[in-house]
Ligand binder design. Structure first.
Ligand code: IPD
Ligand code: CA
Ligand code: CA
Length: 264
């Protein structure tokens, strides 16, 4: 990784920490909460303020970079040409509103379609997961180890209960044998945190439907840097401009589940 990317990495970390401080400061203020696609799809003034902050900072320091942000303050992105920042200012807004924890800032920086930098900042736990392609992944100052194979019977899987009951997006029955087989299941309500936990070896698999690129861009760089896999439910590469059903995992678990449980 050359000097240019080190400099962008330093800039990104500084901006992310500053965003974290702004979010923590907002805990004393009354949030303005609105709904988006449905009554449970929440957005607050802080989601918007934080995304605007990143867009302003990036425009000022790197005017030739483009931004794909969840709240729409960045650019209209239809391709991955040049350098593109994919930003979820607050992933886990429902947790942010109801719990004031278990949410994260998530950022992936891609160059000509290749993931170069990845960040997931669990603000309240003060855990910054970060990776530079080719230079390893870290949790704060600690280097994350390459993921080791885990037998499926010992795997901890993250999947939301929504996908285990009849729903409009996916056949829930395909997941039942998997849930029976694994050691345990969890659901944290923030795709970014769940992906960071895969990279840290705290979870061995994560399945979620219809996520957007900003939900998984940072996680993709992190997970790939420790030898994990992040694909769709057929094992195919994810689009960074469209929504996808996603499956992240430890390499052994990912391979076995694709073949034996998801009929690939
Ligand atoms: C949501 C969270 C959640 C996932 C949803 C996402 P948001 O992101 O990642 O865990 O299940 O699909 O939309 O809206 O809080 O940024
Ligand atoms: Ca999100
Ligand atoms: Ca969000």
């Amino acid at each position: 990784m050359d000097e240019k990317w080190h400099e962008i990495d330093t800039f990104a970390k500084k901006a992310i920490k500053e965003a974290g401080r702004k979010i923590v400061d907002s805990f004393d203020e009354v949030l303005k909460i609105q709904t988006k696609s449905n009554v449970n799809d929440l957005v607050t003034n802080m989601d918007k303020q934080i995304e605007k902050y990143f867009v302003e900072q990036i425009d000022k320091h790197y005017p030739d970079h483009r931004v794909l942000g969840e709240e729409g303050f960045g650019d209209q992105i239809q391709d991955m040409l040049g350098t593109v920042w994919i930003i979820d200012p607050i992933d886990g807004t429902m947790n942010f509103v109801h719990q004031q924890r278990n949410f994260a800032v998530s950022i992936g920086v891609f160059h000509e379609g290749e993931g170069k930098l990845g960040y997931i900042y669990d603000v309240v736990a003060d855990e910054l997961y970060h990776a530079q392609k080719g230079n390893g992944a870290f949790l704060n100052d600690e280097k994350l180890s390459p993921l080791k194979d885990v037998p499926i019977e010992e795997a901890i899987f993250s999947i939301n209960a929504t996908w285990l009951v009849p729903n409009r997006k996916v056949n829930h029955e395909q997941f039942i044998p998997l849930v029976h087989k694994v050691r345990g299941t969890r659901s944290y309500g923030s795709a970014a945190i769940e992906l960071a936990y895969i990279a840290a070896g705290r979870l061995d698999g994560y399945i979620s439907m219809r996520l957007s690129p900003w939900d998984f861009a940072g996680g993709k760089v992190l997970i790939e840097e420790v030898g994990g896999q992040l694909t769709d439910l057929n094992g195919e590469e994810l689009s960074m401009v469209n929504n996808s059903h996603i499956f992240a995992g430890n390499p052994a678990v990912h391979q076995k589940v694709l073949k034996d449980y998801l009929n690939n």
